[in-house]
Design a protein around this ligand. Structure first.
Ligand SMILES: [Mg+2]
Length: 183
């Protein structure tokens, strides 16, 4: 049976936080830069929660824009997983309305996958048949660990304090790939 990997998009296959920051700066030019985003309620004092989620949606609505590039190693990361026998589900925390834009972006950049899941309940995908989860969200990774799944992600200010919670963070996708394939 093929091994199963569930791979996030934002801040896993590309630097979503920088794109979001550009949108947030249009609302309030004093918005703090992503290197100080340590808490999920980072908008407090700078815009409303609605403004914040509107900015998130604007980025996702424009996902296929030429300005939004995946990490340079993202394409080979996914290809290597596939070559090593993994069934790849790309799972993103975003409105399913943006499926077309998301598919276009993945296709344009040669980011291969078997299934695309867009919802706000991606952890429902985690079961005993899942082998690996790659995500930057500590909440998502915690759920993976609870299900006995190997859980890894890229290191960011918002997950740095969770490093000892049973999952591992790395500086780039090549390091994550090596760790997965070494197992
Ligand atoms: Mg993410």
């Amino acid at each position: 049976m093929r091994k199963k990997a569930i791979i996030d998009i934002d801040n896993t296959l590309w630097q979503f936080c920088n794109a979001l920051y550009e949108e947030l700066r249009k609302i309030n030019k004093n918005f703090p830069t992503p290197d100080s985003w340590t808490h999920w309620d980072l908008w407090e004092g700078y815009c409303t929660e609605d403004d914040f989620y509107n900015a998130v949606n604007i980025v996702h609505l424009n996902q296929h824009s030429d300005n939004y590039l995946p990490y340079p190693e993202a394409k080979d990361f996914l290809l290597s997983l596939r070559e090593n026998g993994y069934h790849i589900t790309i799972a993103s925390h975003r409105l399913p309305d943006y499926r077309k834009q998301t598919e276009k972006w993945l296709e344009k950049h040669g980011l291969v996958y078997d299934e695309l899941h867009l919802s706000f309940q991606k952890t429902q995908l985690f079961d005993t048949s899942t082998d690996v989860v790659v995500d930057d969200s500590p909440k998502v990774l915690e759920k993976a660990v609870e299900n006995g799944i190997m859980a890894l992600g890229l290191l960011f200010p918002w997950n740095r304090e969770y490093v000892d919670n049973g999952f591992m963070f790395f500086d780039n996708l090549n390091e994550i790939l090596s760790h997965i394939l070494d197992k």
